[in-house]
Design a protein around this ligand. Structure first.
Ligand SMILES: [Fe+2]
Length: 347
């Protein structure tokens, strides 16, 4: 834990101590645990505070926040947890870390597929798992997940490890659509079409396209925007510029999407303010800010993605509800193990 986190923890603990006082009903604070980086979340929280007068205390961490909420139990200061991946959202509910979100915004603003049936979590933004293809070596403009299992892709695919949550989400979505047997066949063929054993991040796969070692990378949409605008590491602009995005299954059953989302902690000391924050995060204004900052798709259908995001093409999202995808995550992980996917092509 770094110094800032420690300080924030002290502040959060102070909030808990204060929460025992009778002033709780008029609480003017909300405590946020966020897996999402400060650059993305802080501007939203500042806006929320300016509009509502509710101060948002935030603890950022790359991992361990769900474990932390669980360990803190009834004493946890966490009101709202912001996280990525449907597995984390569904897992939080399964572990009993959540409570129903009560703001009507959750049902008014989100389609059923993007929220828990009992309101225990809400998607805030969507990311599609797509193909990045080499601009100078791939001519296809329409491709399907089925296509990349074909022999013409032999030695040309790359992806991060199969057990990463992003790939587990994709494989689980395929199991929901195709069933386990067809997905096993598909994943075996995809494994054997890989250019090298899976390693690195989504961005590293796009770098491999520039390097010429891979022709088609499986990666999330928003990395295109993040790389193209990466002034801190300008070489990433070249990686991104070497590729274009193809939305798999755009003309059939739709492209797999995953979510970033939020839940209200079971023992939230400020549940009213937590609901106000969720309501704000589902507002047009916040959805637009969020989408523009991270090149994700708004979870609220009436809000448009960023112009750059739109320039990659139209997303037709797979209609499989997130809860169905999450239900197949265990099978997906078992398949990755069974096929030794991370060891790369077998022949
Ligand atoms: Fe990511």
């Amino acid at each position: 834990m770094n110094k800032t986190m420690r300080l924030t923890t002290v502040l959060l603990c102070a909030v808990v101590a204060g929460a025992a006082a009778p002033a709780l009903a008029q609480s003017t604070e909300v405590n946020v645990y966020s897996y999402r980086e400060p650059g993305l979340i802080q501007p939203l929280l500042d806006k929320f505070s300016a509009e509502t007068g509710i101060k948002a205390n935030v603890l950022f961490a790359g991992d361990g926040l769900l474990e932390r909420v669980a360990a803190e139990g009834e004493l946890s200061p966490a009101d709202v947890v912001l996280t990525v991946d449907i597995g984390n959202l569904v897992g939080a509910k399964e572990q009993g870390l959540t409570q129903p979100i009560s703001t009507p915004a959750i049902t008014e603003r989100l389609p059923e597929a993007y929220r828990d049936a009992e309101g225990h979590w809400a998607a805030l933004s969507l990311r599609a798992r797509v193909f990045y293809v080499a601009k100078d070596r791939v001519t296809e403009t329409a491709l399907t997940y089925e296509d990349i299992a074909k022999p013409e892709w032999k030695g040309r695919l790359c992806t991060r490890p199969g057990d990463h949550a992003y790939n587990i989400g994709l494989i689980a979505n395929r199991i929901a659509v195709w069933g386990l047997d067809k997905t096993r066949e598909w994943l075996t063929a995809v494994r054997d079409n890989l250019a090298f054993a899976p390693n690195g991040s989504d961005r590293a796969q796009v770098k491999a396209i520039l390097d010429g070692t891979c022709d088609l990378a499986i990666a999330n949409t928003y990395y295109m925007g993040l790389m193209l605008n990466n002034d801190a590491e300008p070489e990433q602009k070249q990686w991104a510029a070497s590729a274009r995005i193809v939305y798999p299954n755009a003309e059939t059953d739709g492209t797999q999407v995953n979510a970033a989302g939020a839940f209200i902690a079971k023992h939230a000391p400020n549940p009213e303010n937590a609901n106000k924050l969720i309501e704000f995060l589902l507002s047009d204004e916040a959805q637009q800010l969020y989408a523009n900052a991270n090149y994700e798709y708004p979870a609220v259908a009436s809000v448009q993605p960023a112009e750059l995001t739109l320039s990659w093409g139209m997303l037709k999202a797979s209609p499989v509800p997130f809860t169905d995808v999450a239900a197949h995550r265990g099978e997906a992980a078992a398949l990755v193990d069974e096929l030794k996917f991370n060891e790369g092509p077998r022949n």
